[in-house]
Design a protein around this ligand. Structure first.
Ligand code: CO
Length: 209
């Protein structure tokens, strides 16, 4: 109960296997991290960031929360973005949602879920912004899929609206913010083609001088 021995045993085997393929792996990584990507994804256990894009430790900086939200008062997420952009000089921020997201599904319901309702309320806002488009779909599953996608698009905008990303652009740093969605049923990633790379691509009201 207190030790979870099997996880430590898994860890030893993994570390040994890794050293067999690449004896310097841990020594090299221990010197510094130099990831090229920041991944903002869902906490869902079926959407493990590094695995689905086949990247090794050290290659991706990761933040995950329920329904991959970027909320402008969330110090945790904002700190991750600031560290990634300003200190690690990461040029690619990826928001990756997934179909079948439990957070999105819960937000579509009118049931109480406890504390988490305060978090899910942000998704209800996304629904409200796009209500006409979503409600135009007859099929419930299609509405669910569309909200999963639109939620990613909104979070891409939210990242671009931060002073962190806008200041990076102002100082000439290249930062591209991507919106992707992952299919749990087939393991396939889809690019939602909403990549934003400069301030001219965001709405005027959010653009800072
Ligand atoms: Co999810």
């Amino acid at each position: 109960m207190r030790t979870l021995k099997h996880l430590f045993s898994n860890n030893r085997k993994w570390a040994d296997r890794t050293k067999v393929t690449n004896p310097d792996f841990f020594t090299t990584l221990s010197r510094q991290q130099n990831p090229e990507y920041l991944w903002i994804g869902c906490s869902d256990s079926r959407v493990p960031a590094n695995e689905i894009v086949d990247l090794a430790p050290g290659e991706m900086f990761v933040h995950r929360n329920i329904a991959n939200l970027v909320i402008h008062t969330d110090l945790n997420c904002l700190s991750v973005i600031q560290y990634a952009v300003e200190l690690l000089n990461i040029q690619h921020i990826i928001v990756c949602g997934h179909y079948g997201c439990g957070g999105i599904k819960a937000a579509l319901e009118n049931r109480e879920h406890g504390l988490i309702d305060n978090w899910l309320r942000n998704i209800k806002d996304v629904y409200r912004y796009h209500q006409e488009q979503i409600d135009a779909l007859k099929d419930e599953n299609e509405r669910f899929d569309l909200l999963c996608e639109l939620n990613v698009v909104e979070q891409v905008s939210n990242i671009c609206h931060t002073t962190i990303v806008q200041n990076a652009w102002k100082s000439g740093q290249n930062v591209a913010v991507h919106g992707w969605i992952y299919g749990i049923e087939d393991g396939i990633l889809k690019d939602l083609n909403v990549c934003i790379t400069n301030r001219d691509e965001i709405s005027r009201i959010h653009r800072m001088k």
